[in-house]
Design a protein around this ligand. Structure first.
Ligand code: ADP
Ligand code: MG
Ligand code: MG
Length: 909
């Protein structure tokens, strides 16, 4: 028979899957010999069995009996006995802590007999009756599913009858009567009495923990956080210890370091004469741990010793729950604590300095998402702030704007230059315009995968979602939280990195980490406070270490010289993608229009010739900025209609003019061209290499401009390293034709300039066919660059612009996606094509250089995949370069997720 129940001394911290996080750590502390009240754990496996079959495993009852008897023998007391009874707490505990699970039930085992035993043992009658009434209340609510209201009314009635207003004014006799009242309430509501049999109490509580796996809140949370649906929870049954037995008792929480800055030291709160949640509920003022040292020096000293022991053992920041019962310290919980991104970096390097962990381990403990958080502008931490409400940190950044409740107003106000925060219950595809116009988005419903969150992240826009305390009346244009009203036009500050929302305008400050990344260590350290100085040094050290271990290069996507320079300062080792379309816009648009409209070869060549000098200048600037490093230049990609006027506008203009006489001949010609080029699916139409092959001279002109720019720089003593990249290739022949043209032009330019010029020609792999015929395409390609944005679109058969706002939220909700395939690479489908393309390409051409230039190049999870596939480099936007450096280093160490949560909310549970 499977072992379904473990004593605390039978497990350890590596068994989180089986024993849950809380249980595994209780077991670990027991193993370390720390004072943990004895107890046992019912495994997640028992829960999975229950969830699957709808009933408990047959021998669970027996195993619980065995465990309970051993526990009773160990402590020398019996559950619910009438002399000195054993009482237990029943606590849920899954692998990851999750809201919505059953709340802990304390004092299980109390009944009409054991109350007497407890009175005798404790000598405190009021305490005992208070414990009993709390048990009935907690049990009623969490196990029997009653409303809290039922008990609240009875309590109010008791106080009213006595003419007092506060619970503490009720004496033992009052509480004893209250217990009777509560029992009546239970029987009334549930049609059955409060169970007197201690074992029945225990069994019902265990089952209730299992049932709580499927509460709505828990399910929603699992979906948001991508926790598997079938993991199940463990149940911890733990001997009760009492912090509410008078002035020599108490309960507290502490951290081994400050979880928001990482500062070493002791942080925590202690509450004298209190039990369980009293510390965090804020009902009474807590003592600092320094004060605790005064009140109970012996317990304090022991706690300090244990904290040091735990931090040494876990080699990380721990958070701890403890209770003192009549001067005896008990440990009730510990775990590796959550921390802010800044603290994560600081703690990791502190522990290296303390020689508790290696630099490799330190790198494993910080993640790209945390670094990204640190790079956003932030609200000034020193500014006075009025917290208004909070929700999920859905898309990072700091946004300040006037509140609007509908999209149209957002567009209108933003149009006249006023930053707005779009505040909605939730958004839908009709809000898209408003979301684009807004600087920040705030919703009262939905989580990290809601429409608002998905779309905001796609746009890189600050968003806080699911601020549940906020009541939004879109009709009346008013929102209320805690009685405070916000109306249209009021200022709100939205912190998408923490989920906090403030009334009014908070000052925004640049991130000191960005100053460091752009300007270097010394300038960044100038004038910052100690905390930020430590942070900057930590980031510097861990990035340097990532650079030293990583095997993939990090390039950037940059279209202009200034972008390239910026990315280079942030550590980019070349350009992976320079888009060239901007070189045909602005003043130059008329020239490309002339190319498109040309009736004769002569007219066309003239227009192309006019485009050459400005392009050459652009390329010179770019190549000079990347001097000595490779710069991959993509030939023109978008469909030509993007360079022509809007079809509808043009049609109206021509029709109007015709009504009044005759339309301008130029307009008529233009309209004919626009009509000719009109496509119903431009994404799948005449673009990329197709364009290059059917518009003579278009690619040739670009190639010549690149070659001439390079030749000129070489002549001046520079070291330009351009690479020409052909977009949207699907067949070998397409690439072959462009390559031939390139070879001819480059040779001509080299000869004319009298310099040696070698420009590699490669291709993007962004069509499934290209990936599937990579072994052939590689014959003509000097390199492959996976264009994973288009490859995602063409593999799935949807266009991002059309689908993301339309149905991605629904798809995430229904579990079709676990994450948007545009945010994180779809490893199974698109990733497979990347893998096939790489392997087959290298079969033909060993050592073929491969990279990725889609946005996925800056996404942590995707980067780990690219490492496994064996790509040579990733390329991403300049701002993501540091994130990619860090993750490429971590990918070598094989660490997918940061050990510590990037959840910035420091909460206990
Ligand atoms: P959570 O996960 O919400 O923190 P816990 O199971 O840790 O739930 O317990 C809730 C509260 O009850 C905590 O303050 C905890 O310290 C306290 N508690 C749990 N078990 C016991 C026990 N056996 N004796 C005394 N207090 C307990
Ligand atoms: Mg593309
Ligand atoms: Mg706890």
């Amino acid at each position: 028979m499977d072992k379904l129940v473990y004593h605390f001394d039978e497990g350890d911290r590596d068994q989180r899957d089986l024993l849950g996080g809380k249980g595994a750590n209780l077991a670990e502390m027991t193993r370390l010999g720390l004072p943990v009240p004895p107890g046992f754990i019912v495994t997640t496996e028992a829960c999975r069995h229950y969830l699957e079959h709808g009933r408990l495993p047959d021998d669970l009852r027996v195993q619980v009996t065995m465990a309970l008897r051993k526990l009773e023998d160990d402590v020398g007391r019996r559950l619910g006995d009438s002399v000195d009874p054993l009482l237990v707490s029943v606590r849920s505990g899954a692998k990851y802590s999750m809201p919505g699970m059953m709340e802990t039930v304390l004092n299980v085992g109390l009944n009409d007999y054991s109350v007497r035993g407890l009175v005798e043992a404790s000598g405190d009658e009021r305490f005992v009756w208070d414990s009993y009434r709390r048990l009935i209340q907690m049990f009623g609510k969490t196990v029997l599913g009653m409303e809290g209201d039922d008990f609240a009314k009875a309590l109010e009635a008791a106080k009213a009858a006595k003419g007092v207003t506060s619970d503490v004014e009720l004496d033992a006799a009052d509480l004893r009567q209250l217990v009777e009242d509560f029992k009546v309430v239970v029987e009334d509501r549930c049609g059955r009495p409060f169970p007197q049999d201690p074992r029945e109490q225990l069994d019902l509580a265990i089952r209730a923990v299992f049932d709580s796996w499927n509460t709505d809140r828990a399910r929603v949370y699992r979906r948001r956080e991508r926790i598997p649906e079938d993991a199940g929870t463990a149940v911890n049954v733990c001997t009760m210890v009492f912090g509410n037995l008078g002035e020599t008792s108490g309960t507290g929480v502490c951290f081994t370091r400050d979880p928001s800055t990482g500062k070493p030291g002791v942080y925590g709160d202690y509450l004298v004469n209190a039990q369980g949640e009293d510390v965090v509920s804020g009902i009474r003022n807590t003592l600092s741990l320094d004060d605790f040292a005064e009140v109970d020096p012996a317990s304090y000293q022991e706690l300090r010793r244990i904290m040091r022991r735990l931090e040494t053992h876990y080699r990380d920041l721990c958070d701890i729950e403890f209770t003192v019962e009549r001067g005896k310290l008990w440990m009730l919980q510990t775990r590796v604590g959550k921390r802010t991104p800044a603290a994560a970096f600081r703690i990791a390097t502190q522990l290296v300095d303390e020689q508790l962990i290696t630099l490799d381990e330190a790198l494993e403990r910080v993640g790209g998402p945390q670094l990204a958080q640190l790079m956003f502008p932030q609200f000034d931490a020193d500014a006075e702030r009025t917290p208004y409400t909070r929700g999920m940190a859905a898309s990072p950044g700091a946004a300040v704007g006037k509140v609007v409740f509908d999209s149209a107003t957002a567009v209108e106000w933003a149009g006249r230059g006023e930053p707005v925060v779009l505040l909605r219950q939730e958004t839908n595809p009709e809000d898209l315009e408003g979301m684009i116009a807004a600087t920040g988005i705030l919703t009262s419903r939905g989580g990290k995968t809601s429409h608002a969150a998905v779309v905001a992240r796609g746009m890189g826009k600050t968003a806080v979602c699911g601020a549940e305390a906020l009541h939004v009346d879109e009709e009346e244009k008013v929102a209320r939280a805690d009685g405070v009203e916000v109306r249209e036009g009021d200022l709100l500050s939205v912190d998408g990195s923490t989920g906090e929302v403030f009334v009014g305008r908070l000052p925004v400050v640049a991130s000191p980490v960005v100053t460091y990344l752009e300007e270097g260590l010394e300038p960044a350290l100038d004038g910052v406070d100690d905390d930020n100085a430590e942070l900057i040094r930590a980031v510097d050290r861990l990035l340097a270490h990532a650079d030293s271990v990583r095997t993939m290069q990090v390039r950037t996507n940059a279209d202009t010289g200034p972008d390239a320079l910026r990315a280079r300062r942030m550590g980019a080792e070349g350009i992976g993608l320079c888009r060239t379309e901007h070189m045909f816009l602005g003043d130059r648009r008329v020239l490309i229009e002339r190319v498109i409209l040309a009736d004769s070869a002569g007219e066309r060549d003239e227009a192309l010739a006019a485009l050459l000098p400005p392009q050459r200048e652009d390329f010179e600037e770019l190549l000079a900025a990347m001097d000595g490093l490779p710069a991959t230049i993509r030939l023109l990609d978008p469909p030509l209609h993007e360079f022509l006027p809007d079809r509808a506008e043009l049609m109206v203009r021509v029709a109007r003019a015709e009504e009044q006489g005759a339309a301008a001949e130029a307009d008529v010609r233009l309209l004919a061209a626009v009509d000719r080029l009109h496509e119903s699916n431009p994404m799948l139409g005449l673009r990329g290499v197709r364009l290059g092959l059917v518009v003579p001279g278009l690619f040739g002109g670009q190639i010549r401009a690149v070659a001439e720019a390079a030749a000129h720089l070489i002549a001046e003593g520079h070291d330009p390293r351009p690479e020409i990249m052909v977009p949207l290739v699907g067949s070998l022949m397409e690439l072959h034709l462009v390559r031939e043209e390139a070879a001819r032009i480059v040779a001509e330019v080299a000869e004319a300039a009298g310099v040696a010029l070698e420009i590699p020609v490669g291709t993007m792999i962004e069509l499934p066919r290209a990936a599937l015929t990579a072994f052939r395409i590689a014959e003509e390609a000097d390199f492959f660059s996976f264009g994973t944005n288009d490859l995602t679109q063409t593999t799935w058969g949807f266009s991002r612009d059309d689908v993301e706002a339309a149905f991605f939220a629904a798809y995430l909700d229904k579990g079709v996606f676990t994450t948007s395939p545009f945010e994180s690479l779809d490893v199974d489908g698109v990733g497979r094509l990347v893998d096939i393309g790489t392997r087959e390409g290298r079969r033909t051409r060993p050592g073929l250089k491969t990279g990725v230039c889609g946005e996925h190049g800056g996404d942590p999870d995707s980067i780990h995949f690219f490492q496994r596939v064996g790509l040579d480099y990733v390329s991403c936007s300049p701002f993501r370069v540091p994130v990619a450096r860090l993750e490429a280093g971590r990918a070598v160490l094989g660490k997918e997720e940061a050990d510590t949560s990037d959840d910035v909310e420091i909460q206990r549970s």
